[in-house]
Design a protein around this ligand. Structure first.
Ligand code: HEM
Length: 539
């Protein structure tokens, strides 16, 4: 009978190995409820007309349970979708009051709670950890003057000089739209097509082809703010600053053949490493180091300190250690914290300001926009992981999921009811009053034009084994490119970086002769025509 079937079913589900009941609230567990708080009697069977009959729409518990499940996924990040985070603290070594009025830098030993998310850029949420890719190194510091997000990477330079190119870069790097592959790989035609047509990416390309892009773990990785920022002190004086995170354990990578094996055997290798090291009390640590300089120093270079494809060489301006970052606690819930954390470059406390780097300026627009979409509306700062840990008061209200509406009658200011917060000229954020003047133009400055010198400096700074890894990576990557002109264009850029490297790569790709070195300027439409003079042998 149906009664006896139900009894057997009950016993299987509700009795553990030892035969004791353990799924029922009557045995001490809290009562399972709907999201509305209604107690649930049976979470195993839908409401039906007879045991073998159709399901009933009356079953509000079933409908709520399935509706919530159906809505579990949110869009993955448009870039940096795969990431892993941890909590910790940021602790200063000394006061930087001479340079910045940011409260977190006023006192030696000041501790600020922090959350860090490491990520790869191109792969989707489910991709493998050891891809040849840039790693994101995003740090949220919950300062007493609001959140400071230092949204950096493990490589100190970037592919492009202007944020308007970002959608093109990412479209080219992500899976190709018709075939939807390759996943999280640089090795494909569209990526190298874009790169070969974007000479400004050459410095970054050398870093990407180096061992730097396959870290042994997050704990052995450097981080960089990339852009030039400003510190602004209490006297409203500005100093340019570049931020660097140096891992206490030093810098270590794996070789490509190791990465391929690890990805196959354990695609969560980096996640597992961070989880295990923190759970076992081996707290990873980084030092924040800064390069501080003024306008006269900036003017002494041939390149532009506003150009994010350039570094300031550390031997010219050694970074100065100012603080440490320790990660000592894993999130309780991956989704609530690591997935819903919203980093935004425009989150800066008073005393930290932006330069005119055109990539940074574009990022300051993009991150708010993308969080609105990804986290479903304007109230994502109400989520505990994104909320400031200092007192905060706004007149913002309503919208989806509003949890912090204004209290009282007056939700505007000025008001004569004496209600709500007030602005503070003394404590509030003052933008550095840089003098700006000029015609409205779309124009890349001449000071952004040298795309090869730093790429060369990076290549020759590498040891011979590291240089051979770069050559091998270029040969492997470009051998996956089907279109001969793209390979040829890439080799012609490498000729401007290092001729020996270029001929090694050309040889590895089976070229019969070397192409002409690339013109440093962006190619015209005519340059994009295949060059008939070149003979390239397909491998
Ligand atoms: C996400 C770094 C350039 C748009 C991220 C993340 C990092 C990062 C680390 C992941 C944040 C997280 O862990 O949640 C960088 C660096 C850049 C750069 C270092 C250049 C130096 C840009 C540019 C744009 C952009 C130029 C657009 C104009 C985005 C977007 C996300 C993102 C839309 C997804 C954010 C989210 O959904 O949470 N970036 N990025 N990025 N970045 Fe960038």
């Amino acid at each position: 009978s149906s009664a006896s079937v139900a009894t057997i079913h009950d016993q299987k589900l509700h009795r553990g190995e030892g035969g004791e009941l353990h799924q029922r609230a009557e045995d001490g567990a809290p009562v399972l409820t709907t999201a509305q708080g209604g107690p649930v009697a049976d979470d195993q069977n839908t409401l039906r007309v007879g045991a073998r009959g159709p399901a009933l729409i009356d079953d509000f518990h079933f409908r709520e349970k399935i509706f919530h499940f159906d809505h579990e996924r949110i869009p993955e990040r448009v870039v940096h979708a795969r990431g892993y985070g941890a909590h910790g603290f940021f602790e200063t070594y000394e006061s930087l009051a001479a340079y910045t009025r940011a409260d977190l830098f006023q006192r030696a030993g000041e501790r600020t709670p922090a959350f860090v998310r490491f990520s790869t850029v191109a792969g989707s949420k489910g991709s493998a950890d050891l891809a040849r890719d840039v790693r994101g190194f995003a740090v949220k510091m919950y300062t007493k003057e609001g959140n400071w997000d230092l949204v950096g990477n493990n490589i100190p330079v970037f592919f492009i000089q202007d944020a308007i190119k970002f959608p093109d870069l990412i479209h080219a790097a992500k899976p190709e739209p018709d075939r939807a592959f390759p996943q999280a790989q640089t090795a494909h035609d569209t990526f190298w097509d874009f790169i070969s047509l974007t000479p400004e990416s050459m410095n970054m390309v050398m870093w990407i082809m180096s061992d730097r892009t396959i870290p042994r773990s997050f704990r052995f990785m450097e981080g960089f703010g990339v852009h030039t920022f400003r510190f602004v002190n209490a006297k409203d004086e500005s100093t340019f600053v570049k931020f660097h995170w140096k891992p206490k354990l030093g810098l270590q990578s794996v070789a490509w053949n190791e990465a391929v094996k690890i990805n196959g055997a354990d695609p969560d290798f980096h996640r597992r490493d961070l989880w295990q090291s923190i759970q076992s009390g081996n707290f990873p640590e980084w030092e924040l180091q800064v390069q501080l300089f003024d306008q006269a120093f900036a003017d002494s270079f041939d390149f532009d300190i506003l150009d994010p494809t350039k570094i300031i060489p550390e031997e010219i301006l050694p970074p100065h250690p100012v603080a440490r970052l320790v990660l000592d606690r894993m999130p309780d819930n991956f989704f609530a914290e690591t997935e819903q954390v919203a980093f935004m470059t425009q989150n800066v406390p008073p005393g930290i300001d932006f330069s005119n780097d055109p990539l940074l300026q574009g990022r300051n627009f993009s991150y708010l926009d993308t969080q609105l979409k990804r986290l479903g509306g304007p109230n994502f700062t109400h989520l505990p992981i994104n909320a400031p840990k200092c007192p905060f008061h706004t007149f913002q209200q309503d919208g989806h999921m509003a949890m912090r509406n204004p209290v009282g009658r007056a939700n505007y200011q000025p008001n004569s009811f004496g209600e709500g917060p007030r602005e503070s000229p003394a404590q509030g954020y003052r933008h550095f009053s840089a003098e700006e003047q000029g015609p409205k133009v779309r124009l890349r400055p001449e000071s952004f034009a040298d795309h090869y010198s730093q790429a060369r400096q990076f290549f020759i700074s590498q040891t011979p084994p590291e240089q051979s890894h770069i050559a091998a990576a270029l040969i492997f990557e470009l051998s996956k490119v089907q279109t001969p002109t793209i390979r040829e264009r890439m080799v012609s850029h490498v000729m401007n970086i290092d001729e020996a490297l270029a001929s090694k790569v050309a040889h590895g790709l089976g070229f019969k002769s070397m192409p002409k070195p690339a013109d440093a300027a962006m190619p015209t439409r005519q340059d994009l025509e295949p060059s008939p003079a070149l003979s390239i042998v397909e491998r």
